[in-house]
Write a new protein. Structure first.
Lengths: 362, 356
């Protein structure tokens, strides 16, 4: 009998605690008391805000959904999105799943659709798998703008294209030509030999090299670092050994470009071999300053987030329908028109060099 | 007499009662915290996020009850869905493709079962190996491509609703399967054999239980059910990539253990497992509505699992010790501290993330 009593005692001790602690959150909703409870009450207020707002037709609430959380690239996009939110007097929340996984992202999107938010700006983890959930958002009257990585047609209203492959290829050849002084040997250090975006860029770069102004540039080899730091480093070293008069290494991958720059720096070849390609300011800052990689390019994710929210607001507030040919103003970035394939092109990639790199943090 | 019956009921369904209580608490908190929780459209839409996990926990319960484990279910799911997608993209009829994928899943289950039952290899190691093997095969089939363009009569499996209602068709599949698995586990000789194997494999063998055949059967069953879940997931996505359902086995095992199935085998009920599924589903959905970030949700589920293992151990100690000892005071205080820390972390993280 007494065992049961003890058992009961434990249960009765633990459970009301759970109930009390769990229940206290909504209970403190109205009364803003001091102390630890204040941590709780404003959050609950923030939760209920979108509800009343969307119902009364006041300030709109949009959600910026990255592929996953804890990625500086997406955090930078959020900065741009918040900038747009301020200009437009709307609320933009930043919600993502723990892992870059379609199943988790769909679960998150379902909970956002359930909350009846005014619009979704999504970087999709899977173009096809997210079509049904995107469609059900649109059916529920929630416009879907995709950015960075699109949802296939049918599951989105519009897609913001960060850059077209031709522009990405052209800017890299242009940077390489500037660094090589117009003539000399160049090489490409790519990610994996099967990566479709890499191969498309490499093919377009080869096309670009056929232009007369690049006639004196010679592409000697394309090597693959598999997007691993060590392998990329070794491959870059190999290129420098094999071609002593090599002038430029183009690495259209963020892992490869940093590893190559480090290889050049370690080999003491700063000023003879230059590295360029696609990279992020935070990883390349050191090499821009040392001269191993004086300039590289990438689209600016902050602009991407900024444009996504402007496009979303234009659609959600009824200024445009989101159909091809529709045109809207995106604050500091100017006027944009939706192309025939339902996409909006952000513009040419941004070139980062010693003049501007310190104003970026991603 | 009545107290005795109550006592019997309590000892038999203790864990299930606790889960029901937790479900009520979580539902109550959710309803207070969000206006969107008690909304039939939202709740029904939310179920679709948990159907595949729900289907997979059924055979997983069988396997864990026998004291074994199947880590390869999510990979088998991916292999079947990818093979179906691959054949469909090569011009096959979708149902024919699904049929062939189902046959291959039987082979996958046979391989697991034979290695474990006949060659007496540890289930953990065997299925850890096939976890990589089957997933690798899925990648070999589809590479970085996606199979897409499934016909509407197939995507109905994952996206369709029954008639003009909003009840997902897949939910019906789950309910039928859950009832079938529950009946087999609790009302048939086969079910009793599963518990017997879990309690003592050698004794069961001497008592004439066909242990090997039963183990092979449940591993094949597990793979076939995984293939079915794969079809539903592919239908819900309208496409298949080889990374489909990556890491799903961990959620499945978490829920099964949370449902009161001992990882050492021999105990647990299907009712408990289904209740644990409901608990995790509404907990996740509620946290989603409160806009808690994914990492925080994972932490909460993890803590719940730890507490769920801690709690029965504590209860067992109290049951078997007649006298109160000072040592027990410390243990229960430690448990309380963990709980308090967990709850304060929950609300702290919530405000932290929302204020960022």
């Amino acid at each position: 009998m007494s065992t049961k009593l003890k058992l009961f005692a434990v249960m009765s001790l633990l459970l009301p605690m759970l109930i009390a602690c769990g229940g206290s959150a909504p209970a403190t909703d109205g009364s803003a008391t001091n102390g630890s409870a204040t941590d709780v009450s404003p959050t609950t207020a923030a939760d209920s805000q979108p509800a009343s707002d969307s119902a009364s037709g006041g300030a709109k609430t949009y959600v910026l959904v990255p592929k996953n959380l804890g990625n500086p690239y997406f955090d930078t996009a959020n900065k741009g999105a918040q900038e747009a939110a301020q200009e437009l007097s709307v609320t933009v929340t930043y919600q993502g799943s723990a892992a870059a996984d379609a199943t988790q992202q769909i679960q998150l999107l379902n909970s956002l659709i359930a909350q009846n938010v005014n619009g979704l700006a999504i970087s999709a983890n899977d173009a096809d798998a997210l079509v049904p959930v995107g469609k059900s958002a649109i059916d529920a009257g929630i416009p879907v703008v995709t950015w960075d990585s699109s949802i296939a047609e049918g599951g989105r209203t519009v897609h913001i294209n960060q850059a077209v492959s031709a522009d990405i290829a052209a800017i890299q050849i242009k940077m390489a030509s500037e660094l090589a002084g117009g003539s000399g040997k160049i090489a490409i250090l790519s990610a994996t030999s099967t990566a479709p975006n890499q191969n498309e860029w490499i093919a377009l770069m080869q096309e670009e090299l056929k232009k007369p102004e690049y006639a004196n540039l010679e592409l000697v080899e394309t090597v693959y670092g598999d997007d691993q730091d060590e392998k990329s480093y070794t491959e870059a070293q190999g290129l420098m050994t094999k071609y002593p008069d090599l002038k430029v290494i183009i690495a259209p991958t963020t892992v490869g470009i940093a590893a190559s720059a480090r290889a050049v720096q370690d080999a003491g070849k700063i000023g003879t071999v230059f590295v360029t390609g696609l990279g992020t300011p935070n990883q390349m800052r050191e090499y821009v300053k040392s001269g191993a990689s004086p300039q590289f390019a990438l689209w600016n994710p902050a602009d991407l987030g900024y444009l996504a929210i402007h496009a979303l607001h234009a659609i959600a507030s009824g200024q445009i329908e989101g159909k091809p040919g529709d045109s809207f103003s995106a604050g500091r970035l100017g006027q944009y028109t939706i192309a025939d394939d339902g996409t909006i092109l952000l513009g040419p990639p941004t070139v980062f060099n010693s003049d501007n790199i310190d104003s970026f943090d991603f | 007499m009545s107290t005795k019956r109550l006592h019997n009921f309590w000892t038999k369904w203790r864990w299930e009662c606790l889960l029901v209580l937790l479900i009520v608490v979580v539902a109550f908190v959710n309803a207070r915290a969000s206006n969107y929780f008690l909304n039939s459209t939202n709740l029904l839409r939310m179920t679709s996020d948990f159907i595949e996990i729900g289907i997979l926990i059924l055979p997983m319960t069988f396997i864990i009850v026998t004291g074994n484990i199947d880590l390869s279910i999510a990979s088998t799911l991916a292999l079947s869905a990818s093979l179906m997608g691959y054949l469909f993209m090569s011009g096959w009829n979708i149902w024919l493709a699904a049929g062939v994928a189902l046959l291959v899943s039987i082979c996958a289950g046979l391989l697991n079962g034979v290695l474990i039952a006949r060659l007496k290899l540890p289930a953990l190691v065997v299925t850890l190996g096939t976890l990589s093997f089957y997933r690798g095969l899925a990648y070999a089939l589809l590479g970085d491509q996606a199979a897409r363009g499934y016909p509407p009569e197939f995507t109905y499996l994952g996206q369709g609703t029954i008639g003009s209602t909003r009840i997902p068709f897949a939910l019906l599949i789950f309910i039928v399967l859950a009832l079938a698995f529950g009946l087999v586990l609790h009302k048939t000789r086969f079910g009793r054999y599963l518990y017997a194997i879990g309690n003592n494999k050698d004794a069961s063998r001497y008592a004439g239980v066909p242990v090997d055949r039963i183990l092979i059967t449940i591993y094949v069953l597990s793979s076939v059910v995984a293939a079915l879940a794969g079809f539903i997931l592919a239908a819900r996505f309208g496409s298949t990539r080889p990374d489909i359902g990556l890491g799903l086995e961990l959620s499945v095992i978490t829920i099964t253990v949370l449902g009161g199935v001992s990882i050492f085998g021999g105990s647990g009920t299907l009712v408990g497992v289904v209740l644990a599924l409901i608990l995790v589903a509404i907990l996740r959905f509620g946290m989603g509505l409160m806009n808690l970030q994914g990492q925080v949700q994972d932490i909460v589920i993890g803590m719940l699992l730890i507490v769920s293992i801690l709690l029965p151990t504590l209860i067992e100690r109290f049951r078997h010790t007649w006298h109160w000892q000072p040592r027990m005071l410390w243990q229960s205080l430690a448990a309380l501290l963990v709980l308090v820390l967990f709850i304060s972390f929950f609300f702290w993280s919530r405000s932290l993330i929302l204020f960022r």
